[in-house]
Each structure stands twice: as C-alpha cells, then as structure tokens.
Design a protein around this ligand. Structure first.
Ligand code: NAI
Length: 699
C-alpha cells in the first residue's frame, strides 16, 4: 500500500506512504485515487484529510519517471489533482515536513490546507530546468498572491509554512496547527465538513495592480539572473497568465511551457546533474547500510592554505578540530586566517557573531602529536613532499587510537605509498579538497588499494555532513579532476602555438560557459604549480609533447596574480585580466621559431579541442576504473572546475554532441600538423562506445 485510509469519526484520513519522501509515482497516485474514490463512496464519511506518513507530506513527482510512460500513465498528476478538486466532500491537505513540487500542487487541488509550523514549502521545478507542470503556476498565485508566488516559482527556494501563513490575504494555509497535526486536521475537517460550496483555488482571483510593468520587470530580472537557462523566464510567463487569462487557458499555457522545456539541453543537463549528485554517493561494492565509524573530533595536520580551509568545514558543521603544526607562528598564522575569514562573513551579514564565536570555540591547536591521539580522524595537509608525508604518517600511526581514519589531502602523491608508511593501510584514505577548501563544493575521496569499505563509507557520509559533493576516485597521478585538466592545459598550449592569444582562448571557453578560461585559471592558481609538474613529466615521459609557451612564461617570472603578472597583466589589488603585449610577443616569437604561420581559429574549434581533451582522458579514467561512472566525472567538473552547469559536465556534453561526432572531430584535429596526432587517438572506451552506438551516461 502506498496510501492508506483510516476513519476518525466521519473524517477519512488518507495517508501517503511511499518512503523516503512520499513521491507521487504511479503506484502512489493510483493508491491515492483509489482511497479518494473509497471515501467519496462511503456514506459515513463527510470529509477527507490527505496527509503524509513519516517526516514529510510529499516531496513531489517522482522525477525518475520523467520521460517514461509511467509519468503520463493515468492517473497522472494533473488528473489526480482534478479528481481531488472535484470531490463532492471537502478535502483538507495536512502539511508537515516538506511539501514540494507535485506535493504542493496536489495540496493546492485540495479545498483546504492546514500546516504544521516549520514545514518547508516550495515549487523547486525551476532547479531542474522546468516550470511546475501540474497547475502550480496557476494555483499558487491565486492562493498566495502574485508576488510571493512568483518569487517562489522563479527561485525554487523553500519558504516556511509559518512565514507563508502571514502573507496578507493569503489562502494557501487555512490554519497553522501547533499541536498534533492529524488531530488538528481532523478537527478542522469536522468544522468545515458541511460548508458548501466547496472552495476551489481555481475560482480565486490572481491580480496585480500594475501587472504589465511588474511582469516586464520580473522577466528582465529572471533573464539577467539565469543567463543560460530558459526556465525562469518561462515561469514568469506562466504566472503572468494566471493574472491575464482564464484558469483553463493558463493551465494549457503551463503545460506547453513544461513540455517545451522538458527536452531542452539545459533541462536535460540539470536533470542529469541532479541524478549524478545522488549517484555519486553510491558505491557499487559498499552497501548503503555499511556501519559507519563515529567522527566526533578531527585533527588537521598543517595549518597552511588548505589546512585552515579544511578545518573550517568541520567547525561549520559543529565538529571540534585540533590543528597541529611544527611551529607556534604557523599555528597562529593559521588561526588568524580562519578568524579573518569568519570575520569577513560576519561583516557581510552571512554569519552571526555568536555563531562565529561558537565555531572558534570548537578550534584548538597543538604542537604535539600526543594531543591528537584520541581524535577520530586525522587529515594531513602538510607540504607536498613524500618525505614530509612519510614523517607525518609514521607519527600518526604511532599516536592515533585504533580505528581512527588517517586521511591525506595530497593532490599529486601516491595514496597507496602514503598508506604503506603506516601499519594500518586499511584506515588510510585520500580526501582531496579544492581551494579554497571552505568554499569549494567538490571533495575527491581517494580510495586506496587497501582502504576499508567502512572507512570509505564513513568519509563519504562525513563529506555530506560538511556539505561537500563527494566523488570517489581511484589512485592515480592527479586523480580524476587534475589528470584531466593536464590534458586540457596541454591542448590550450597547442592553441597558442597555432595562432590564438590567451585572451581569445579564455573568452571562447568562458562564452561556452566555463567560470574561467585556462589562462585566467592558471594566473589565479599560480603558473609555477604547472611548471613544477611539467618538469617532472619531462623526465617521466620525454616523448610527450608540451607547448613550451608555459615554461617560457614562468622563466619570465610571470607566475600569475600573486606576482602581478601571468598570462595576463593585473593592476595592483585587482583581479581583472588585461591582455599582455609582452606575453603575446613571447608567443609570437616562439611560434616563429617553430616555423608556424598563425591562423585564425574559431571559437567552436577552441571549445571542442579543450572540452574533448577532457573527454578523451576521462574515457581512459573510466576504462582504468579510476572513475566508476561517467556521471561522477561530470560532478567533478561541475563542482570543482567551473564547467557550465547548463552543459551538464564534459561527458554529458559529449553525449549531447553525439560521440560519433566527437570522434570525427578528434580525427580532424589529429590531421592538423601543429596539433598532436597521439593526443587525439580516441581512448579505446570512446571508440567502443561509438562502434556500439552508445553514450557515456545512460540515455
Ligand atoms: P601550505 O604550504 O600552505 O601549508 C602547509 C603547512 O603544513 C604549512 O603551514 C607548514 O608549516 C605545515 N607543515 C609542513 N610540514 C609539517 C609537519 N611535518 N607537521 C606539521 N605541519 C607541517 O600548503 P597547502 O597549499 O595548504 O597544501 C597542503 C597540501 O594540500 C599539499 O599536499 C597540497 O598538495 C595539497 N593541496 C593543495 C591545494 C592548493 O590549492 N593549495 C589543493 C589541493 C590539495
């Protein structure tokens, strides 16, 4: 049963019961319709209450059904809501916990709504690139007033029931129920059981005194805020209909808008990202009910750039942190940086003073390993040097209590080797945070050859607790994200040699939607980091071709923003990249020395060469099992590398282009004498997918 019926005197309480969020999938819709029919047919019943079992009323439509025959199978959501609205006995929605999307639309089809305080109410469809599709854009403005409803629909953000109950003139929440919800809802139903005619939201009037100007303003704002996404503007159009057209006309308009958006690349990308995020937390050989190790206190070794940011994540989540350093000054510097960060948040009004103090009170410092032995987890963020890591891990092995998790934040070193410095390699794992570690969403969780399953499960759960998007990576040089970015950077260098300027490359990929082009990114991160890695590569793989331009840049001392000059010029204290004639001359000289006549390269070619260099390396990562699924790679790039969300990540983008076309482009690039034929050899997995007519992500 996914909806049950219980009698409370002459009130039938119909309870949705489809864990975890009472999603309105086909079976639940069928069961609900059957119970409404039963209550209608029963002469002893005078009114109905629809409620949700467990912690929520309903999280809404089952988006796994999207695009499948199940989504439209009757009763679909629209007909279910109509059935409720047309009931001859009053129907009361009893809302608690979460009431979102289709769940809210269902409640808007009820004749009355009562709610527990603290319920989170939203129409979040815009977040997956859609407009609400079951009357939300027509009924919510009628029940709540145009402005509040429009804000909710365009933002997709939840608002609390008690807040909504205070909106002047609102008819969304007929009563807030402080005590036991069902008892309150039944009492309410008793009171209104005989009131006729039954109130219907569709019969209310949605109005705005200055509709034309208001909607034009709303449309402009929505357009400016969501440049790459069509849904927010469509939301405004739909709500406008609720004011300017009949209910039925508005419903038709909403339906067309919904169907029109459903298969747009933007909507598909957002849906993909939504599922990819959830899929990333699932690991094939780690059962979801794996018992977790408790992590109530964390030690962070190294209070530098990363150590401080890492510590803040735990402080923010209320988990005490002890930071260990070699010298008192380093500790003081680290703590001062954390303070400065929080104080800036307080100044901007993002953090309350008392919260800031609470967080700082959770932080302690030490110079002695003896003080950290009882922590449940130690995260090392010391210098990127194997000898230093070895010394740290040997000491951790000596002092940490049995079962403590030992994590390394290394970005390039071999996690298995680091684990071998201990006598408990099963407890060792990589936690690769991104800089700034307190801001960036991505956490690559690096699974060593011997990492225990419960250690992996614990770190994934902990990552979620500190609000990271966790993606599992196997051990390899660069893990998922940086191994791919190295190929992207190589390709960016070839583009310079052939005729591009750094500004042209950055602009092309930023127009595609990247937060930052490769050269601005290099200037921000520090060009010396790549230089250091390349010097190692020249020894390890002497045959691999790199453009020398990046080395020449570093030889000029242009390390990026921190030296005031990199690929671009920077004015003191500013971050705006200014094209540098010196760098352009350096590139031109280098090009001449190679005997290359520059050619004009289109933005499309720039974008495809850069993105496909990511894709080809990603295919190798998949084949090697470093990444478990293509959607994990998309998550890494969406959350850690500024890949445009509306493209869904590199793998999703490649699928959208068609893998056949991707490989054809690669073949063309390979024939270019100034590119690198070996570089464009399609990865075996990619070639196989093309041959089999498949995609990276399941269609
Ligand atoms: P950093 O140089 O800013 O900080 C390192 C800190 O470790 C210094 O404060 C130093 O005093 C301390 N330290 C060195 N040896 C120590 C020891 N034996 N015991 C205790 N403390 C010691 O370096 P950063 O940038 O914070 O990097 C730390 C680690 O994080 C490295 O492994 C790096 O590869 C990795 N990483 C860095 C990223 C970045 O963007 N900076 C991004 C992701 C990972």
């Amino acid at each position: 049963m996914t909806a049950s019926l219980a009698r409370h005197g002459r009130v039938a309480v119909i309870t949705l019961d489809n864990p975890p969020v009472n999603g309105l999938g086909l079976e639940t819709r069928r069961a609900l319709a059957a119970q409404v029919h039963a209550a209608e047919a029963d002469p002893q019943i005078a009114a109905m209450v629809i409620a949700g079992a467990g912690r929520v009323f309903s999280g809404g439509a089952d988006i796994k059904e999207f695009g499948s025959p199940k989504a439209v199978a009757e009763p679909n959501l629209l007909s279910l809501i109509l059935l409720v609205e047309r009931a001859t006995k009053p129907v009361v929605a009893a809302i608690h916990g979460t009431c979102m999307g289709g769940g809210l639309e269902l409640s808007l089809g009820c004749h009355y709504r009562v709610a527990a305080p603290g319920a989170s109410i939203a129409l979040p469809e815009v977040k997956i690139g859609l407009v609400p599709g079951a009357g939300g854009t027509q009924r919510l403005p009628r029940a709540l007033g145009v402005e509040t409803a429009l804000n909710m629909i365009v933002s997709g953000e939840p608002v609390r029931s008690e807040q909504l109950a205070q909106v002047p003139g609102q008819r969304l929440i007929d009563r807030l129920i402080e005590g036991e919800l069902i008892a309150g809802a039944v009492a309410f139903a008793e009171e209104i059981a005989d009131v006729r005619p039954l109130p219907r939201v569709r019969d209310l009037k949605a109005a705005h005194p200055e509709a034309d100007a208001y909607f034009q303003f709303a449309r402009n704002t929505a357009r400016a805020m969501a440049r790459h996404f069509p849904a927010p503007v469509k939301c405004v159009d739909c709500v406008e209909k609720s004011v300017k057209a009949s209910f039925d006309e508005g419903m038709r308009f909403e339906r067309e808008a919904f169907l029109g958006l459903m298969w747009t690349p933007e909507c598909k990308a957002l849906r993909h990202a939504f599922f990819a995020e959830r899929a990333a937390s699932k690991i094939a050989d780690v059962p979801e009910d794996t018992p977790l190790r408790p992590v109530d206190r964390v030690a962070v070794i190294g209070a530098g750039t990363m150590g401080g940011g890492i510590a803040m994540n735990f402080l923010n989540a209320g988990i005490p942190v002890v930071m260990l350093e070699m010298k008192q000054e380093a500790l003081e510097r680290g703590v001062a940086t954390i303070r400065r960060n929080y104080e800036a948040q307080v100044r901007k009004g993002k953090l309350k003073q008392d919260k800031y103090e609470q967080r700082m009170a959770l932080l302690s410092t030490t110079l002695s390993y003896a003080d950290i032995g009882d922590a449940d987890m130690a995260i090392e963020a010391v210098f990127e040097d194997m000898a230093v890591k070895q010394a740290v891990f040997e000491q951790l092995d000596a002092v940490m209590k049995p079962g403590a998790i030992l994590a390394t934040n290394t970005s390039t070193l071999d996690v298995n080797r680091i684990a071998s410095f201990t006598r408990r390699s099963q407890d060792v794992i990589g936690t690769h945070f991104f800089s700034p570690a307190n801001v960036m969403k991505l956490l690559e969780v690096v699974r060593g050859a011997e990492t225990a399953r419960d250690v992996l499960a614990t770190v994934m759960a902990l990552g979620r607790k500190i609000r990271k998007t966790c993606v599992v990576s196997g051990v390899c040089d660069g893990f998922i994200g940086n191994r791919m970015i190295e190929q992207y950077s190589r390709q960016a260098g070839f583009l310079l040699e052939e005729g591009c300027t750094p500004t042209q490359v950055d602009r092309a990929i930023e127009k595609f939607g990247f937060a930052m082009g490769p050269f601005r990114m290099g200037d921000l991160a520090g060009n010396d980091i790549g230089w250091y890695i390349r010097k190692r590569r020249y020894l390890e793989k002497p045959d691999l071709r790199y453009s020398r331009t990046a080395d020449l840049l570093c030889e000029m001392g242009r390390f990026g923003q921190k030296t005031g000059a990199g690929w671009h010029d920077y004015q003191a204290g500013k971050r705006d990249a200014i094209p540098s004639p010196v760098v352009e001359q350096m590139i031109a000289d280098h090009r001449a020395a190679l005997g290359i006549t520059p050619r004009r390269i289109s933005d499309e070619e720039i974008v495809h060469r850069l993105v496909y260099s990511l894709v080809n390396e990603a295919a190798r990562l998949l084949e090697e099992g470093i990444a478990a699924k293509a959607s994990d790679i998309d998550m890494v790039y969406l959350t850690g590398y500024g890949f445009p969300l509306h493209r869904g990540g590199p793998m999703c983008y490649a699928d959208t282009q068609g893998l056949f076309n991707v490989v054809e482009d690669m073949k063309r690039f390979a024939r270019n004498p100034h590119d690198d034929a070996a570089f464009w050899q399609p990865a075996p997995l990619l070639a196989r997918l093309v041959a089999e007519g498949k995609t990276f992500n399941p269609a």
